[in-house]
Design a protein around this ligand. Structure first.
Ligand SMILES: *[C@@H]1O[C@H](CO)[C@@H](O)[C@H](O)[C@H]1NC(C)=O
Ligand SMILES: *[C@@H]1O[C@H](CO)[C@@H](O)[C@H](O)[C@H]1NC(C)=O
Ligand SMILES: *[C@@H]1O[C@H](CO)[C@@H](O)[C@H](O)[C@H]1NC(C)=O
Ligand SMILES: *[C@@H]1O[C@H](CO)[C@@H](O)[C@H](O)[C@H]1NC(C)=O
Ligand SMILES: *[C@@H]1O[C@H](CO)[C@@H](O)[C@H](O)[C@H]1NC(C)=O
Ligand SMILES: *[C@@H]1O[C@H](CO)[C@@H](O)[C@H](O)[C@H]1NC(C)=O
Ligand SMILES: *[C@@H]1O[C@H](CO)[C@@H](O)[C@H](O)[C@H]1NC(C)=O
Ligand SMILES: *[C@@H]1O[C@H](CO)[C@@H](O)[C@H](O)[C@H]1NC(C)=O
Ligand SMILES: *[C@@H]1O[C@H](CO)[C@@H](O)[C@H](O)[C@H]1NC(C)=O
Length: 587
């Protein structure tokens, strides 16, 4: 008996504890070679290029997995890693995802990513079904959610960071030599973090809605991805409720989580918590058909003056997404109620400013929606999140004019990211021959010398298929340099809006994504020389910023001026000499 139990426990440590519940396709979906992204496909639905892109975007998350990898692992160059995470605190915090190009696990941006993906899989879920990607979606979500449950061992404890940003930033290498010990950091009743707790509550609530198969109004949105599982949804909902209570009612009040855990400030400090409280309450109201939680969310909108937060939608700032979700729920559920018109007006204020260039964001000369500050460290993310919200809201707009201007603007931003830019680069690794080839990812690089990050090895060891990179410089120039994290880093939250937009296109767009029209070698022809002016290369910001052509022109002008001066002096001295000679001879 004891022996048997021992055997079972022994087996459990060898077998993956987390398994996708939906059967994974056999043979598995694997990203095709980047060259396939240069071929046009037939105009049927689903378009093969869009469904492949959806598959690649999900595959990226599999490459970011940590912990004991299951036998179904598709990323051949990945190994199980840091399986002892949490042991120092007496619990199992292995699993989940590495946040970006390095090796920390960060709860706050992970929660945002899961929330965003689940929201998108509720309203454009049919795209996952049509592309045969729903089992991978289930797998991807559970890998994150199951870890988030482990990070929430009781009502008012949530682990918010695993690994240290300090050690991590000095380690560049594979998944086998990750520096240990890996510290773990928690928030709790005496050291609360309202934003982190509410952010995780929002992820659990949004995903419980998806696992309950709760669809928004079906003449406006598609059915949710078909992965209904009420048992799992109930579990998620329990975590959502507990975390929401912890966020709202922590004994030691409401505060940002870096107040309690200063170690998170460097990477993912939060600016405030009202937006997370509102979106947690709102997704809870949707998951549970609760008019009172909807009213609570409206209360936070007022109390924390969220209407004034008119900048970007991202891991730190959820406010711009709220009017969209308030409107979506009001439009879809008669039980919950809600004043659709009021939220429609609120949402349109924000979107009109974007499409009319009246808000804090503006279009760069290259055509990218840009927010000084937010866009400087990852230029595509604000633009893609805006595109995602615009597309989602467009069918709920008050006029056909607005509907079409929102849709057009959104499509232009998406196309920009897919290659309609002055660099001819689709900013997704492995999607086309012009895609970035040096994403800032220690694991995929195959290198282990941080001082030689850009050229050891010369070519990345592995292709990180499906990873959306930070994006070009404000000028539109893209420097495909591994160490240049603002432009080439990859991250969990960068892929999220692209997934939702792609699922939407799988459903209804029979024409190819923009990149199939790019010419081979297009980027090589226009690739900028030198270094970008950004925090990684501050020296490149000093002095006049001349392009290679500019430098040649400047050199020519200088050379010609010099020649003219020399010529004139020679001529002068010869003349003067002659004059002296003449004077001498005349005297
Ligand atoms: C999805 O799977 C079905 C059944 O195997 C197959 O006929 C179809 O071509 C697949 N579609 C895509 C986009 O992979
Ligand atoms: C909650 O979990 C943490 C971590 O396991 C533990 O330190 C703490 O004592 C627990 N609190 C309660 C009230 O169970
Ligand atoms: C996984 O292990 C293999 C074999 O040791 C190694 O070649 C590979 O580079 C490792 N992968 C990573 C991401 O470190
Ligand atoms: C509560 O969290 C703080 C900040 O992370 C930590 O210092 C403290 O030890 C935690 N309390 C308990 C009982 O674990
Ligand atoms: C859409 O929803 C309506 C009302 O809830 C329902 O009667 C109808 O059957 C649904 N249509 C589809 C295609 O699911
Ligand atoms: C639903 O999810 C639960 C919890 O993960 C799992 O045990 C169960 O097998 C799933 N059911 C189905 C039908 O997939
Ligand atoms: C917070 O505490 C108050 C007062 O005890 C209670 O009425 C309320 O339901 C709690 N809120 C949540 C979300 O648990
Ligand atoms: C809904 O909001 C609109 C716009 O603010 C307002 O005119 C209308 O009276 C509201 N309806 C209800 C039932 O409160
Ligand atoms: C590409 O971008 C240009 C400039 O922003 C725009 O005029 C054109 O319509 C775009 N083409 C597509 C297919 O999006």
């Amino acid at each position: 008996m004891r022996y048997a139990l021992f055997l079972i426990l022994g087996l459990r440590t060898f077998l993956p504890l987390v398994l996708a519940q939906l059967p994974l396709p056999q043979p598995p979906f694997l990203p095709p070679d980047a060259s396939s992204g240069a071929k046009t496909s037939s105009g049927a639905l689903p378009n093969r290029q869009w469904s492949t892109l959806l598959g690649n975007l999900l595959y990226f998350y599999e490459a970011q997995r940590t912990g004991q990898l299951p036998s179904s692992n598709r990323v051949s160059w990945r190994n199980s890693s840091v399986v002892d995470d949490g042991k120092s605190a007496g619990l199992d915090l292995s699993g989940g995802y590495f946040d970006a190009g390095d090796f920390i696990k960060a709860t706050f941006p992970l929660s945002f990513t899961l929330m965003s993906v689940c929201w998108g899989a509720m309203d454009y879920g049919k795209g996952y079904d049509m592309a045969n990607q729903t089992a991978y979606l289930d797998d991807m979500l559970r890998w994150g959610l199951d870890w988030l449950m482990k990070a929430h061992p009781n009502e008012s404890t949530l682990y918010v960071l695993v690994g240290s940003t300090d050690t991590d930033n000095s380690y560049w290498g594979g998944d086998q030599n990750i520096p240990t010990p890996r510290p773990v950091y928690q928030i709790n009743d005496t050291h609360p973090g309202t934003d982190a707790a509410a952010g995780a509550a929002a992820a659990f609530a949004a995903c419980s809605g998806l696992y309950y198969n709760k669809g928004f109004k079906n003449d406006t949105f598609s059915t949710p991805a078909q992965l209904k599982n009420t048992t799992y949804a109930d579990t998620l909902l329990t975590h959502a409720r507990d975390l929401y209570t912890f966020a709202v009612n922590a004994t030691n009040g409401r505060k940002t989580y870096q107040t309690s855990v200063p170690e998170v400030a460097a990477g993912y400090g939060s600016s405030d918590y009202g937006d997370e409280m509102a979106i947690a309450a709102l997704f809870l109201s949707w998951a549970t058909d609760s008019p009172s939680l909807y009213a609570e969310a409206e209360g936070y909108w007022q109390k924390y003056k969220l209407a004034q937060q008119t900048r970007v939608f991202n891991w730190d700032s959820k406010a711009p997404g709220l009017p969209v979700l308030f409107a979506q729920i009001a439009d879809s559920s008669s039980t919950i109620g809600g004043n659709f018109t009021a939220w429609q007006i609120q949402a349109e204020k924000y979107f009109d400013d974007i499409v009319n260039n009246d808000g804090p964001g503006y279009l760069t000369d290259d055509g990218l929606l840009f927010y000084d500050g937010d866009s400087d460290s990852a230029s595509l993310n604000p633009a893609l999140n805006a595109a995602m919200l615009l597309s989602r809201f467009a069918p709920m707009a008050s006029s056909t004019d607005k509907r079409s201007s929102y849709t057009t603007f959104s499509k232009l931003q998406l196309d920009y990211a897919l290659g309609n830019n002055s660099m001819s680069v689709p900013y997704i690794v492995g999607s086309n021959p012009n895609s970035p080839s040096n994403p800032h990812s220690a694991m995929a690089s195959g290198g282990n010398d941080i001082s030689q990050i850009d050229n050891d090895p010369e070519e990345m060891a592995y292709t990180l298929f499906g990873a959306v990179v930070g994006g070009p410089h404000k000028s539109g120039k893209f420097y495909d340099i591994r160490s240049d994290w603002p432009e080439t880093e990859i991250a969990l939250d960068y892929n999220a809006p692209m997934l939702t937009l792609t699922a939407m296109h799988v459903i209804s767009d029979s024409s190819d994504p923009f990149y199939t029209s790019l010419k081979a070698g297009a980027y090589e022809k226009v690739k900028p020389q030198g270094l970008p002016c950004d925090p990684v290369f501050p020296k490149a910001c000093v002095g006049p910023q001349l392009s290679k052509g500019g430098k040649i022109a400047m050199a020519l002008v200088l050379a010609i001026t010099g020649l003219i001066i020399i010529g004139l002096s020679v001529w002068y001295f010869i003349l003067a000499g002659r004059r002296v000679v003449a004077l001498k001879s005349s005297s």
